[in-house]
Design a protein around this ligand. Structure first.
Ligand code: PHE
Length: 411
């Protein structure tokens, strides 16, 4: 017998036991919001690209990758949770949707690109709320130098230029040491050059933060802080936070690229840094966009508010009333159900009118061992008012879907 097929971006793939990609996700693959010049994500991409005019700007990579590209190339351990079916979308055991733009580091370095930015849609299975959506957009940036005296010279010059620029700017930076025992130098790196690379990374990203957030701070200095982090593919690693509207916000992850990544790309004799940032996160802050679903809106009242090259404040065209429904069920036998699996089924059955989903109760019957869960699903359209009848009809579809996919018994 011929296995069932799934169509993704015009190609047909055989389904297998790992296939967990849903049709609402497949529909998103062609949208490419980051390439629309008047979409807030496209505007933000261009803004960051113009901050680094000399870098190569890439934005045309297919979201379908092998797990080797997404994980192994980047030295993810075999048991990393990101690989699991509850966290990532698999087309089948050989192909998946990239979970981050780092999936393209090795192939981009291998092409000979040394300074580049890469923008793309990325896919992760997650909970549903106003800041999580299974599709979002990231931008990866990297800069590589020769691991020799020429590279040291290039770094020293660039660091001097950037330090001078930051010294004259209205920014307050809470820094941490570049390299420490818990955030270590890589074996094989020259310690003084690794210091210069880490410094170049910090100076470069501090100036990006000024470009993005410096203008909207009403004359107050921009506050940026550096935090020690961990990624399987960088060392040392950091996170950057920016103080905005009274809160510290996590903006990006970055670090000194692991030498094994560069060796896989067949560019030994190099040393450099990489970062990855989430565009929705930053766009929601800069434009005051209150809900991540709005980026997918086709409503002209959303789309006509933005112009290329400009960061403006989004004017909500009105907030329609929410309508919540509680769904309680028994799972079959001794089955368990992961929240990400439930959320995916809900999103697939109901679409973007789901605003958030919360587990409000769960227990296991001591005698029968059966589990019961209750979720509160909040329905709200971005574009119009939902009647209670409409919400009920959508909720009925969700219930039918849960019965069909998980064999649940509604209580
Ligand atoms: N890929 C990481 C993420 O998605 C971010 C990152 C990129 C970190 C490059 C370090 C270097 O969280």
């Amino acid at each position: 017998t011929v296995p069932a097929q799934v169509q993704v971006l015009g190609k047909s793939y055989p389904k297998d036991a790992t296939t967990n990609i849903s049709s609402s996700i497949i529909d998103k693959l062609e949208r490419r919001l980051h390439l629309q010049p008047s979409h807030p994500l496209g505007i933000l991409r261009s803004l960051i690209e113009s901050h680094w005019p000399a870098f190569t700007h890439l934005s045309d990579f297919s979201p379908v990758v092998t797990p080797a590209r997404n994980f192994d190339d980047l030295s993810f351990p075999a048991d990393h949770p990101g690989r699991s079916l509850t966290d990532s979308y698999y087309i089948n055991k050989d192909y998946m949707l990239r979970t981050h733009t780092s999936a393209h580091e090795v192939e981009t370095f291998a092409k000979g690109e040394r300074k580049w930015l890469l923008t793309a849609d990325v896919y992760r299975r997650d909970e549903i709320d106003s800041s999580h959506y299974p599709v979002f957009h990231q931008m990866e940036g990297a800069s590589i130098f020769p691991a020799n005296a020429n590279g040291v010279h290039e770094l020293q010059e660039d660091n001097a230029r950037l330090s001078e620029y930051l010294r004259k700017s209205n920014i307050v930076i809470e820094d941490i040491p570049h390299i420490t025992p818990t955030n270590p130098l890589q074996a094989g790196h020259d310690p003084s050059q690794a210091e210069l690379v880490a410094q170049n990374l910090k100076l470069s990203l501090n100036s990006l933060m000024l470009t993005l957030f410096g203008g909207s701070n009403r004359g107050e200095p921009l506050r940026v802080r550096w935090i020690e982090a961990y990624f399987p593919f960088t060392s040392p690693s950091y996170e950057v936070e920016v103080f905005f509207n009274g809160k510290w916000l996590e903006i990006l992850g970055c670090g000194v690229v692991l030498q094994s990544t560069l060796e896989r790309a067949k560019i030994p004799g190099s040393i450099g840094w990489a970062f990855g940032l989430g565009l929705e996160r930053i766009a929601m802050i800069l434009y005051s966009i209150p809900d991540i679903r709005l980026f997918w809106s086709q409503d002209p009242r959303f789309l006509t508010q933005f112009q290329p090259g400009k960061i403006s404040t989004f004017e909500p065209y009105s907030k329609y009333p929410p309508c919540h429904k509680d769904v309680s069920f028994w799972l079959p036998g001794a089955a368990t159900l992961h929240e990400n699996d439930l959320c995916d089924a809900v999103r697939d059955a109901a679409g973007d009118v789901v605003e958030d989903v919360k587990l409000i109760d769960s227990f296991t019957h001591p005698k029968t061992n059966r589990s019961s869960q209750c979720y509160r699903i909040n329905y709200r359209s971005m574009d119009r008012s939902l009647s209670n009848d409409e919400a009920n009809a959508i909720n009925d579809k969700v219930i039918a879907r849960l019965q069909e996919s998980f064999g649940v018994e509604i209580r």
